[in-house]
Design a protein around this ligand. Structure first.
Ligand SMILES: [Zn+2]
Length: 150
């Protein structure tokens, strides 16, 4: 099974759909991600955002975290504090990276891209994921990846 198919299965597992697009425009939809077909890392990052957001914010544009310059929409409503939104961005970043690792992707490149630069950063990221009760999602992805190997 190729990587795109695996990521699609992971995203479907968490109740979302994904459209693999040929252009780089990201369209927001509450239950369907549109991701460039050559950016699988971004697909897991957006899934991680969904999983990090409180359920009542999951259907809001950018999960109620305010503007995201990568989306088409601008001036989106932020319904949590700027500080909480930044913390959630950071948590989503590391959660996505942990899922990439389970799928055998180049997670270290994403660490570099997202500014997680060393062991101390990794420990902080991991602590944040554990404290937020998000490791169960990584475990689910690990179990799926193991099934595909056997
Ligand atoms: Zn993000």
């Amino acid at each position: 099974m190729n990587l795109q198919r695996k990521i699609t299965k992971v995203i479907n597992h968490f109740g979302l759909n994904i459209v693999w697009a040929n252009n780089s425009l990201r369209m927001w939809h509450p239950t369907s991600l549109t991701i460039h077909r050559e950016d699988p890392s971004e697909a897991l990052h957006e899934l991680a955002h969904y999983l990090c957001a409180a359920p009542e914010r999951r259907r809001r544009v950018n999960f109620g975290c305010g503007d995201d310059y990568e989306y088409l929409q601008t001036n989106q409503e932020r319904i949590i504090s700027q500080e909480d939104a930044q913390e959630e961005e950071s948590r989503a970043s590391f959660l996505g990276i942990l899922m990439e690792r389970e799928l055998g992707m180049d997670w270290k490149a994403t660490c570099w891209e997202h500014n997680w630069l060393g062991a101390q950063d990794y420990r902080l990221g991991l602590t944040s994921i554990k404290q937020a009760g998000l490791m169960k999602h990584v475990d689910q992805v690990r179990r799926m990846a193991r099934r595909w190997k056997s």
